[in-house]
Write a protein that binds this ligand. Structure first.
Ligand code: BG6
Length: 464
């Protein structure tokens, strides 16, 4: 069997987030999802909300010990703005939350795991939406930069890797286009402004981090869904180029090069849909690019020409005519999730970073396989035999390895997620973890994939 070997110190890890793992215990403010669940529990799978999540708030010591047993050398989670900050406008901190995050960070370090902290994972404090329009407001952007600064000052002595957002595109799509996140608005112009404001927020947080002269790195986590034209016909090819600009290049270019793709700006201008920006803000974006990128990859898009107006981006912002039309199934599907499995995209992403983004340092910050009813794979000793997940990881690593052989600066591979956790409207439906959680008893057990991952991380190698 051929064996693939990865560099020493490769970041074998996994990612989770505060709102999906901690539970709402002792949290002063509600975030967007806490509130969404309060007003519309019926939209969540089996009406299950984020109250307990995977109980990390209470179980963090044991959870981190299990993460170590699964071979994780690096773990990303997030600090919840709605937990850490006491007075959202005065930006004062909540002492109990500071104690909690300090304890978590110290425990990771004590177990020899490098903690990475993200500052926004779809969890804006909802009051800031109700009072100011959330990410539509530049005042909220400034409040966010203040929260980020608090985090750097409190924890930056021990946390050496920071991320400003997880998947800003999902906020834009979920909140302002496709109605899958609260406030379920459908508003193309607001979507464009929010995309810009999220970028500005990221750049302002980076500026604040740099001004503190801390010894660490800061980046952003972007979900890339490489668009492949569904056919070779020029209308589909053009549609996929436009999708690429809006889905990927907007954030990639702004984060790494400090400017938005000119072609996208022109299309938006042509539709009188361009964001409101000042020269001063654009200079902040220009001067505060990332040190590294985290890339989440789950599935590619097979892009077909829009059914309505082949070249117009603005038309595609209309709710009933949007990208969902574009996403075409193909041969191999992750059946439970309805996402196509296409590991080669990892190679394409890596090459794109190498060729178009100065081969900047990056790592796979999420990749994973969501499986529903995973209990059906449990053996008599209570261990989930998830050979399909091991196979999924191997196939993605194969292409990552190939790109690294060709010079890609990939520093690590993180699975979503260490421990089965709560996930937005899907609640506990799709299980992604290396470690299972019984949501009734909170009992946690290493899956077969966790043992395999430990070996992978111990040896930096696996057999195909
Ligand atoms: C990622 C998000 O895009 O997808 C995670 O960063 C999320 O927060 C994951 O949990 C899986 O989503 P889902 O809905 O299948 O559980």
């Amino acid at each position: 069997m051929p064996k693939l070997t990865f560099p020493e110190n490769f970041w074998w890890g996994a990612a989770t987030s505060g709102p999906q793992s901690e539970g709402r215990f002792h949290k002063k403010h509600a975030n967007m999802f806490d509130y969404f669940y309060e007003i519309k529990p019926e939209v969540f799978y089996k009406h299950q909300g984020p109250d307990t999540a995977s109980n990390f708030y209470n179980d963090y010591k044991e959870d981190i010990r299990l993460m170590k047993s699964a071979g994780l050398k690096v773990v990303r989670t997030s600090i919840q703005w709605s937990r850490l900050i006491d007075d959202l406008e005065k930006n004062t901190v909540n002492d109990e939350a500071v104690k909690f995050y300090n304890a978590v960070i110290d425990e990771f370090l004590a177990q020899g795991i490098t903690p990475m902290m993200n500052l926004h994972h779809f969890d804006l404090p909802v009051e800031l939406y109700h009072k100011y329009g959330g990410w539509e407001s530049k005042y909220v952007v400034d409040l966010y930069a203040g929260f980020a600064e608090q985090c750097f000052k409190l924890f930056g002595d021990r946390v050496k890797f920071w991320f400003t957002h997880n998947e800003p595109l999902v906020v834009v799509e979920g909140e302002y286009l496709f109605e899958f996140h609260y406030p379920q608005k459908v508003d193309g112009l607001a979507a464009v402004q929010v995309a810009y404001n999220l970028q500005l927020a990221s750049s302002k947080a980076i500026a604040s981090y740099r001004s503190l002269n801390l010894d660490g790195k800061i980046g952003v986590i972007l979900n890339l869904t490489p668009p492949y034209p569904a056919t070779d016909e020029k209308e589909d090819v053009r549609a996929s180029e436009i999708a690429d600009l809006w889905l990927n290049r907007l954030y990639m270019d702004a984060s790494v090069k400090g400017e938005f793709p000119q072609e996208l700006v022109e299309i938006l201008e042509g539709e009188q849909a361009l964001w409101q920006a000042t020269e001063e803000e654009l200079a902040i974006i220009k001067n505060n690019t990332v040190d590294l990128l985290g890339i989440n990859f789950y599935h590619p898009n097979r892009v077909e020409r829009p059914k309505y107006s082949p070249n117009s981006l603005a038309v595609d912002f209309m709710p009933d005519k949007f990208w969902r039309d574009y996403e075409k199934a193909s041969v191999r599907m992750n059946v439970d999730k309805g996402w196509e499995i296409y590991p080669r995209a990892v190679y394409d992403i890596a090459k794109d970073i190498q060729e178009n983004y100065g081969n900047i340092d990056w790592f796979m910050s999420e990749n994973g396989m969501g499986v529903s009813n995973e209990e059906r794979y449990m053996n008599a000793s209570g261990v989930i035999e998830d050979d399909y997940r091991i196979q999924f990881i191997k196939e993605h690593l194969y292409w990552l390895h190939q790109a690294m052989e060709e010079g890609s600066n990939c520093l690590g591979y993180h699975l979503w997620t260490p421990i089965d956790c709560w996930s937005w409207m899907n609640a506990y439906r799709n299980r992604y973890g290396l470690i299972s959680t019984n949501i009734h008893t909170q009992e946690k057990t290493l899956k077969k994939s966790a043992h395999w991952f430990k070996q992978l991380s111990d040896t930096n190698a696996f057999e195909l």
